[in-house]
Design a protein around this ligand. Structure first.
Ligand SMILES: N[C@@H](CCC(=O)N[C@@H](CS)C(=O)NCC(=O)O)C(=O)O
Length: 237
């Protein structure tokens, strides 16, 4: 049995540049499943996005469907120790990260010129020199259009900061002084929250949102705790 995880690549203190890929990595590790990483599969991604997995011929795209697949096929219950109310809160928190904070992080990484040069611009380093500027311009324009369609791109930079800081403060309050979201044991939602807290803290997105995350010592400790448990080889930046 081989599970292949199609992913991007590590970046600026993150196991992968994509928080969704990082989430999938943590879920696989939590489930105790070995996997191999393949960084060459983006052009074949069934939904045009990563992560996706090939599990012995089963192709599963999207981090949440990967979770459902692991639960179904391997009987993993990531939330066995949670009450129904905690499971419900976990789902809400995950979706706040994935559908709201994600777009704030995309905006700070891709639309801020200094962050772009420090972070995403590096993804194009392997492109031939002659087409590199055009490729950067094209992808940045596509991301700007996605931000506009999603809605986040219609707000000013300071409005987006205000929204992102609310997300960060909500996460810091929920975690409090607990090691994990709901106490002493990690649950499925911790895979997502870790991935997004680590992304918000990465120097790829210098911003008021990152400053707010850095100012919450419990969030930094939470990131460090989970990084150490699952990615001891990754040096946080
Ligand atoms: N809902 C998806 C979101 C995955 C996603 O947005 N992946 C981004 C990277 S963070 C991607 O592959 N984007 C490529 C593109 O849109 O062209 C999941 O949970 O896996």
């Amino acid at each position: 049995m081989t599970i292949t995880l199609y992913c991007f690549r590590p970046a600026a203190g993150l196991p992968d540049a994509s928080p969704f890929v990082t989430k999938a990595m943590v879920l696989l590790k939590m489930a105790g499943l070995d996997y191999v990483e393949d960084r060459s599969g983006f052009s074949k991604a069934p939904k045009g996005k990563q992560p996706y997995i090939n599990d012995d011929g089963d192709i599963v795209a999207d981090s949440t469907f990967i979770r459902f697949h692991l639960e179904r096929k391997y009987g993993t219950d990531f939330d066995a120790h949670l009450s129904d109310e905690q499971k419900a809160v976990g789902w809400c928190v995950e979706k706040m990260c994935e559908e709201h904070l994600y777009w704030i992080i995309v905006r700070m990484r891709w639309m801020d010129d200094a962050n772009f040069e420090r972070g995403p611009a590096r993804f194009f380093d392997s492109a031939p020199t002659i087409v590199r500027p055009l490729a950067k311009w094209f992808i940045r324009r596509r991301i700007a259009k996605s931000l506009w369609a999603q809605g986040m791109g219609r707000h000013s930079a300071s409005e987006i900061d205000a929204l992102g800081i609310r997300d960060i403060e909500a996460l810091a309050t929920l975690i409090g002084d607990k090691p994990y979201l709901f106490g002493d044991m990690p649950c499925g939602a911790d895979a997502t929250v870790f991935a997004f807290v680590a992304s918000a803290l990465s120097p790829m997105g210098e911003s008021a949102v990152r400053d707010a995350a850095l100012a919450n010592a419990n969030l930094v400790a939470y990131r460090d705790r989970i990084m150490q448990a699952y990615f001891p080889e990754t040096e946080t930046a």
